[in-house]
Design a protein around this ligand. Structure first.
Ligand code: SF4
Length: 357
């Protein structure tokens, strides 16, 4: 492997977060929560922006040990055809969802770039905001995707520990640690307006992962200062394949990590998905978290026709309806927002109007 980028090992980029992540029993967690809540209120008000994932396909060419869609799993494979994508999006729209995240596995002959671009075009006609969580692409491909209506991408590094990364990514294109690490930058260079990053918590030692993630966020924010950067905090959930996480990430550590990121990075959207329990999600909303998924299906499709959706990538923990979840947020005096993006902002950032310094 080529040398790691200097920002990944530059501890100065994360030294302020290190003491905040140290576990203590002296009530510091409650103090961090209060500080994180005050910062969140000042910067984001009471708004929680909502989105929902739509899995387009479970074809995949990679062998990630922790994933129910890895290419050695025996579950049947399928992709949504374009008419099915329209039906799924219409069903999502009927739930009030205006912000869709389209997901696929690694590139295959069944699901490649042309398929994904067409799916984005269809989605952009129905949804004000469309983002993609899929395989790494070239700058030119990201530009074409942005022109089709994609405003954001999500790409988790999964683990920032190169040795663990090599063990967990058993085969396929995702084995290339550096290629994945550089993907958010290629997307921004291609005109995508926002990137979401994260580590899959439980794969490697959690404090080290949190610090490396913080360095990644700061590198992106400093280099592409006009871009939107968001951070997710996924913990491993049960999945077909039965992978057991090597490290435990309990609720107190995850809460501490969220508070530390909010305090250290006041302007960054912090995201919590339905992987987490209703109690944890309700507790974290507004205490640092500003963006949440709702009514998620982790099957291929599943909004229009739940019965034929097939195997899940992982089990969700919070399966409340959109209505029930919004009621819980309002009960906390928070304001759920389905559309936090104007379609006038869609389309790529022009090369002239570079995101980079
Ligand atoms: S995590 Fe993504 S790339 Fe890895 S096996 Fe699952 S779908 Fe494929």
């Amino acid at each position: 492997m080529n040398a790691l980028p200097s920002w990944l090992t530059d501890k100065r980029l994360s030294e302020d977060l290190e003491p905040l992540l140290a576990p203590t029993d002296d009530g510091s967690l409650e103090m961090l929560a209060a500080e994180a809540q005050a910062i969140t209120l000042r910067r984001f008000g009471r708004i929680i922006s909502l989105y929902a994932p739509l899995y387009l396909s479970n074809f995949c060419s990679s062998g990630c040990a922790y994933c129910g869609f890895a290419s050695d799993r025996t579950a049947p494979r399928r992709r949504l055809e374009f008419d099915e994508i329209e039906k799924e999006l219409t069903a999502m729209k009927a739930l009030g969802i205006g912000d869709a995240l389209l997901l696929t596995g690694e590139r295959t002959s069944a699901v490649g770039f042309d398929y994904l671009r067409r799916a984005v075009e269809i989605a952009a006609k129905v949804m004000p905001r469309v983002a993609v969580e899929a395989f790494p692409m070239t700058v030119a491909e990201y530009r074409a995707l942005a022109e089709a209506g994609c405003t954001g991408i999500t790409i988790y590094q999964e683990t920032y520990d190169p040795e663990n990364y090599a063990k967990l990514h058993r085969w396929g294109p995702k084995r290339d640690f550096l290629e994945r690490l550089e993907t958010p930058e290629r997307a921004l260079q291609g005109g995508i307006r926002s990137v979401g990053i994260g580590a899959l918590l439980g794969l490697s030692e959690p404090v080290g992962e949190a610090l490396a993630l913080a360095r990644h966020v700061r590198h992106l924010c400093r280099t592409y200062w006009k871009a939107g950067v968001s951070v997710s905090f996924p913990r491993i959930r049960p999945q077909e394949g039965g992978y057991q996480p090597a490290f435990t990430v309990d609720d107190r550590f995850l809460a501490r990590m969220i508070f530390a990121f909010r305090i250290g990075m006041p302007d960054v959207d912090l995201v919590l998905s339905t992987r987490e329990s209703p109690a944890f999600r309700d507790g974290m909303a507004g205490l640092g978290i500003t963006r949440m998924s709702i009514a998620s299906r982790t099957t291929v499709g599943g909004y229009h026709d739940a019965d034929s959706a097939g195997a899940t990538q992982f089990e969700v923990s919070d399966d409340r309806s959109a209505e029930a979840f919004c009621a819980a947020l309002r009960a906390k005096n928070l304001e759920p927002v389905f559309k936090n993006w104007d379609a006038a902002y869609n389309g790529p950032i022009s090369e002239k109007e570079s995101l980079c310094r």
